[in-house]
Design a protein around this ligand. Structure first.
Ligand code: F6R
Length: 272
């Protein structure tokens, strides 16, 4: 991978290959900076990546104990010790398996509070991230193009904020809430597009054909808040690791990306 400007898109052979490629991005980051600040997304997609990292840690091929972990988002009204919280997810998939000292972890606190207190937590989180400097932010992508929980229409200059989740997002996240979208919180605290964009490198992982349209909109569509992930086209260092199904929208549109490893890079729109 040589492209530095714009998104470097890699299409893996399969899900296991995607996890390995994404884990390589994390490992490279930590090799360059053992005390890297890394933002971890939650959700289904990065689980294979985190399992791959855990295997490398268990085999002593990778030491992540020096990194600092920061969260991407959190539901409002779900306490950190609630198993449905993103705090609990990070504990189960990242912090414990990767042997991270909890003192090296910074989370967004979505436990119930007034909107003023929630807004202040967001501002404090941005100050913390600014001071720390995020080296690598791992993000997934929603079927509607959201990154973090910044939903379509969120202005790109929005920092960490209190977001209202769309019905589609609540449906997509209903599994953890007994399959009932109405039980999924209506709001979340999330790094905003502007917060994510401040990370030195952004690693986007996407898998499955349900993400194909969102991936195509993100990398081949107009740079527009209607697709929050399209902001990534403006970022100087983006790595996207896709499985073949998630990449099908890109090849269908024939915008310069071939779904195999021989043509792994897509120049930014402005460079085409
Ligand atoms: C999770 C997050 C979301 C997810 C996205 C995809 O912390 O911020 O943007 O990355 O909703 O979720 P999955 O991977 O479950 O399809």
């Amino acid at each position: 991978m040589t492209a530095i400007v714009g998104a470097a898109i890699e299409v893996a052979r399969d899900a296991a290959d995607a996890a390995r490629l994404a884990a390589d991005v994390v490992a490279d980051t930590v090799r360059a900076r053992p005390d890297a600040v890394i933002g971890f997304a939650t959700g289904r997609t990065p689980r294979a990546l985190y399992a791959q990292l855990a295997r490398r840690v268990a085999r002593r091929e990778l030491d992540l104990r020096g990194i600092r972990v920061v969260a991407l988002d959190e539901y409002v009204g779900v306490a950190p010790d609630d198993p449905r919280s993103f705090a609990a997810y990070l504990d189960a998939h990242v912090i414990r398996p990767l042997h991270i000292d909890p003192r090296r972890v910074s989370l967004l606190d979505g436990s119930a509070a007034s909107d003023e207190v929630l807004a202040e937590r967001c501002r404090a989180y941005d100050r913390l991230l600014d001071a720390a400097g995020v080296d690598l932010q791992i993000v997934g992508i929603g079927r509607n193009g959201h990154i973090g929980f910044s939903e379509p229409g969120t202005p790109f200059e929005t920092a960490t904020h209190l977001a209202r989740l769309t019905e589609a997002t609540r449906r997509d996240n209903a599994d953890a809430f007994g399959g009932d979208p109405r039980r999924v919180p209506e709001r979340a605290l999330t790094q905003g597009p502007a917060t994510i964009a401040r990370a030195r490198t952004i690693l986007l992982v996407a898998s499955g054909d349900g993400k194909a349209d969102a991936v195509a909109a993100a990398f081949d569509g107009p740079i527009d808040p209607a697709c929050p992930a399209s902001l990534l086209q403006r970022h100087p260092r983006v790595r996207a690791v896709l499985d073949p199904a998630a990449a099908t929208g890109l090849s269908r549109r024939g915008r310069g990306v071939t779904p195999d490893r021989s043509a792994p890079t897509t120049p930014r729109k402005a460079d085409r």
